[in-house]
Design a protein around this ligand. Structure first.
Ligand SMILES: Nc1ncnc2c1ncn2[C@@H]1O[C@H](COP(=O)(O)OP(=O)(O)OP(=O)(O)O)[C@@H](O)[C@H]1O
Ligand SMILES: [Mg+2]
Ligand SMILES: [Zn+2]
Length: 511
């Protein structure tokens, strides 16, 4: 007997169809799997045997050969358990095979016949139009996610038995549907709000500018000054994500297996804050079959690197490609994959190893050499991609006692969105540039010209503060964003002088 069932796998964010052929002959019991099955797939047979028996079906004896095609693409993970089991049961006529050609089947099997959640249901569902199949069977936990693109009838199953009933057209289940717009609105809620941050008005202003122009930002301040608190709230003042952006981000979290089952769609911008002990492969993605790393999980959102100088040098170095290109390519012996990684970098650091160098309330115990050494850990090329430096002083007792709430994230976000709209119009004819931070040198000349007064101001400041030439273009970009927030057509001296204030590290760091 021969049967054919269909499943799907992933290469990066792209789904490909897999045909599973099962051949069964009465002979000495044996199982053979061919077609570049790896790791968990190879182990699936013992799960399948138990699941089939626990579900009350007889497991066919004899020789079973299963082939996963196309043979040249690697199949990895446990999501093929269910289709492999279906293939075997179709050979045994437990499943009527004429319906199988309409289905893509995905699911991991537990030994008792339950179906466990899988990774990547969303990108696979998005690929359904290419597979010309009308139905998809997924684990119940992945059903909302799979229903989002509206590309197929989605069956969410708890057990192998339920899947068999669906395939035989003999089921009480109904296909899962979602109203994407409703889900998008419902999930669009940020847990933290800027109104909870007391005082620190100039830091909030700097973060608003960063959000408005897409500028990477670093906060420098003593312990407990609220850097982490502010960073956590940063996604809530970024422009609302579009549905397309939300889908892109959700896709990556789905592939990483990090999507909460009930949620289906990440409607807010992600906030990722990996610890400074993270490895380079966890940051940019890796593993034998490269999984997305933190930079991709932060796609369309915020990557927060706390204690910035404590990150290993090689870890910070690998971040340069994604910061530059908005995507990351991971090369491994077996394969090379590209994941999107368009994120805003928010970094935080203490001013010195003990943390209290700039805090009038504490005595710093570090030597000048220790401080230079500490600051020197961040490489010049990386600092070059951070337009805004902002000092975060210890919050005053008076500010902390203040009962009044600060301005809400929603209000700030409205201003940010308006400034972004100006940039969308400005960069209409450019494919790769949507915000001021991404302007090339030529674009800065075209869009952020400085008049004589502004130039003079910049010259004076550079002499007084010892700013390097490379700081100039950053100041111009930030000044343009400040002008956008002020709804000013041109950059005025006050915009330049505010932008100059956000270069505080240039004074202390020498590259
Ligand atoms: N401006 C503020 N308004 C309200 N609460 C604040 C403020 N600043 C700090 N706090 C309180 O202090 C706590 C510590 O702040 P946070 O952890 O953000 O400091 P930090 O600058 O990240 O410190 P570290 O350098 O040790 O990481 C916060 O959880 C918050 O409760
Ligand atoms: Mg902190
Ligand atoms: Zn110190």
């Amino acid at each position: 007997m021969l049967s054919k069932v269909y499943s799907a796998g992933l290469e990066g964010v792209h789904a490909f169809e897999i045909t599973i052929e099962t051949h069964h002959i009465p002979s000495t019991p044996r199982h053979i799997m061919v077609g570049l099955a790896e790791g968990a797939v190879k182990e699936s047979f013992s799960r399948i045997v138990s699941a089939v028996k626990s579900s009350g079906y007889a497991f066919p004896g004899g020789k079973i050969t299963q082939n996963l095609a196309p043979a040249d693409l690697r199949k990895e993970g446990s999501s093929f358990d269910l289709p492999l089991a279906a293939g075997i049961l179709a050979c045994d006529r437990v499943i009527h095979s004429e319906r199988l050609k309409d289905f893509i089947i995905l699911g991991e099997l537990a030994l008792d016949g339950h179906v466990r959640s899988i990774r990547g249901a969303l990108p696979i569902a998005m690929g359904m139009p290419d597979f010309h199949k009308s139905d998809i069977i997924v684990p119940k936990e992945n059903a909302i996610e799979a229903a989002i693109p509206g590309t197929a009838r989605v069956w969410g199953v708890h057990t192998l038995r339920e899947a068999i009933d669906v395939l035989n057209g003999d089921t009480d289940l109904t296909p899962v549907t979602v109203n994407v717009e409703t889900l998008f609105q419902k999930n669009r809620h940020y847990p933290f709000d800027f109104s909870e941050v007391k005082g620190q008005e100039h830091v909030k202003r700097a973060l608003e500018i960063a959000a408005a122009g897409g500028h990477n930002v670093i906060m420098i301040g003593p312990p407990g000054s609220g850097k982490s608190m502010l960073a956590k709230r940063f996604p809530s003042i970024l422009p609302d994500p579009t549905l397309d952006e939300a889908l892109e981000t959700t896709k990556i979290h789905s592939i990483a297996g990090l999507l909460p089952g009930h949620c289906g769609l990440l409607a807010t911008r992600p906030f990722r804050s990996p610890h400074h002990t993270i490895s380079d492969s966890a940051l940019v993605g890796g593993g034998r079959y490269p999984k997305p790393g933190e930079v991709s999980l932060a796609h369309n959102g915020v990557l927060f690197l706390d204690e910035f100088p404590e990150f290993k040098k090689n870890v910070l170095e690998v971040m340069r490609q994604p910061l530059e290109d908005g995507e990351v390519t991971i090369s491994r012996a077996l394969t090379s994959l590209t994941y999107p990684a368009k994120f805003m970098l928010v970094a935080a650091m203490n001013p010195c190893p003990c943390g209290y160098h700039t805090d009038p309330g504490h005595t710093c115990t570090c030597s000048e050499g220790q401080i230079q050494n500490y600051l020197g850990r961040i490489s010049g090329p990386l600092m070059d991609r951070i337009d805004i430096h902002v000092d975060v002083p210890a919050v005053s007792f008076k500010d902390l006692q203040n009962k009044q709430n600060g301005e809400s994230s929603e209000k700030i976000r409205k201003r940010v969105q308006q400034a972004r709209q100006r940039q969308t119009l400005r960069f209409e004819r450019f494919k790769d540039c949507h915000c001021n931070a991404h302007m090339t040198t030529r674009m800065i000349r075209e869009f952020a010209p400085l008049d004589e007064t502004c130039n003079l101001l910049l010259e004076q400041a550079s002499l007084q503060l010892g700013l390097s030439a490379r700081a100039f273009s950053r100041i111009q970009k930030v000044a343009l964003t400040i002008a956008d927030l002020a709804e000013s057509e041109t950059i005025l001296p006050e915009h330049v002088s505010e932008a100059i204030q956000y270069r505080s590290l240039d004074k202390t760091l020498e590259f």
